[in-house]
Design a protein around this ligand. Structure first.
Ligand code: PMP
Ligand code: GLN
Length: 380
């Protein structure tokens, strides 16, 4: 058939997870925790289902969850969104990203993305009949060059997408970056989409520079997050979008005909969890920082070179001392011959930097899983 997405195949995450399974590899590829979700969350989910919360939830999300999200936003970022008009619960950040793009981007318009970027961005832009304009981040530090972004803006630019902490690198945008974004967008009609799914996984005492902290930015932005990352339950697929009333109204038009509403019992569970254990957000960084430090220390005893990880739960490694294969071939080889699945970076790019020899390893894993991977990586 005449396909609408000719360049899209099966996602690299699915491909590598399948390969890992076939070869009994330790799967550090697709990003998901292999430890349990908090007991309180499972108990609340069970209670919600037994209490009969099994029918359609309100289209925008149950009031208790929207209000818990507003409370949490105020606690963490010092600003409270209007729970009724500015918060919408979605089936994961993936749905929210799709809805936000389709809510405002028209055919023939352009959306600026910073490469490497998460793989669901471009297909959503393509399906809107728009065009992704790829601006490269620094291939080593993954810092943006805002002059390149400025130069990429045309009269057709409708949206700028940013992602901090960044997948796949873990790089974080600074206060100075946020000032640059504000300068670039001032006096334009460009909408900002900020993908902040790793907002609570930040290290070394750094502060996550949420768009929600900045009035000038948040009044033109969709800010998207996901409970999957924060509560170790990527399979529950509940996320949310915070946007000003006019943008939220457009967002909800898409959401209501895309899914209508998201899994109702989990909404009750998250509402209870957020209010009963607000400290979870504050301790998540330290929890993952210990894993990051231990894993990086062990990696330094192998021939893989770990890059700095300011946030998120992915460790990039430079494998150039081990192999001269390109990253797709290297990750396949590592999985099939050495029993450790990793994710190559090239699928996150329109044009991968020539000679880049980096692979992504997920450290959201039990110590035993990471140790098993390290045992194998020592043999490289
Ligand atoms: N954005 C980024 C940067 C991600 O890493 C992910 C999940 N891997 C998503 C969005 C999608 O989140 P969800 O699973 O909640 O749809
Ligand atoms: N976001 C996850 C990652 O980056 C993958 C999610 C998926 O498989 N769609 O690994």
């Amino acid at each position: 058939i005449d396909t609408k997405l000719p360049r899209v195949g099966t996602t690299i995450f699915t491909v590598m997870s399948q390969l890992a399974m076939e070869h009994q590899a330790v799967n550090l590829g697709q990003g998901f925790p292999d430890f349990p979700v908090p007991d309180l969350l499972v108990e609340s989910l069970d209670r919600a289902m037994r209490a009969g919360h099994n029918q359609y939830a309100p289209m925008t999300g149950i009031p208790a969850l929207r209000s818990a999200i507003a409370n949490k936003t105020e606690r963490v970022y010092g600003w409270r969104p209007d729970a009724d008009r500015e918060v919408t619960v979605t089936s994961g950040a993936t749905e929210a990203i799709f809805d936000a793009i389709h809510a405002v981007v028209r055919a023939g318009e352009e959306v600026i993305v910073l490469d490497p970027c998460y793989d669901c961005y471009e297909p959503a832009i393509d399906l809107a009949g728009a065009r992704a304009v790829h601006v490269p981040l620094d291939p080593r530090t993954f810092a943006p060059d805002w002059n390149l972004v400025r130069a990429a803006i045309t009269p057709r630019t409708r949206m700028l997408m940013i992602n901090s902490p960044h997948n796949p690198s873990g790089a974080m945008l600074s206060q100075a970056d946020m000032a640059e974004v504000a300068n670039i967008l001032r006096d334009t009609e460009i909408v900002l989409l900020s993908d902040e799914v790793y907002e609570h996984i930040v290290f070394d005492g750094a502060r996550h520079e949420s768009v929600l902290r900045y009035p000038e930015l948040r009044e033109r932005a969709f800010v998207i997050s996901s409970f999957g990352k924060t509560y170790h339950c990527t399979g529950w697929k509940i996320g949310y979008c915070i946007a000003p009333p006019a943008l939220s109204a457009e967002f909800r038009k898409v959401h209501q005909y895309n899914t209508f509403c998201s899994f109702a019992p989990a909404q009750h569970a998250f509402a209870e969890m957020i209010e009963r254990d607000p400290a979870h957000y504050d301790t998540l960084g330290a929890f993952y920082e210990a894993k990051r430090d231990h894993f990086a220390a062990q990696l330094r005893e192998t021939r893989l070179v770990p890059l700095p990880v300011p946030g998120g739960y992915f460790q990039l490694v430079d494998y150039s001392a081990v192999s001269d294969l390109d990253d797709l071939a290297f990750c396949r080889w590592l999985t099939t011959e050495h029993g450790v699945a990793a994710i190559p970076l090239s699928p996150f790019y329109e044009t991968p930097p020539p000679g880049q020899r980096l692979a992504r390893l997920c450290f959201a894993k039990n110590q035993a899983t990471l140790d098993a991977a390290i045992d194998r990586l020592r043999k490289l």
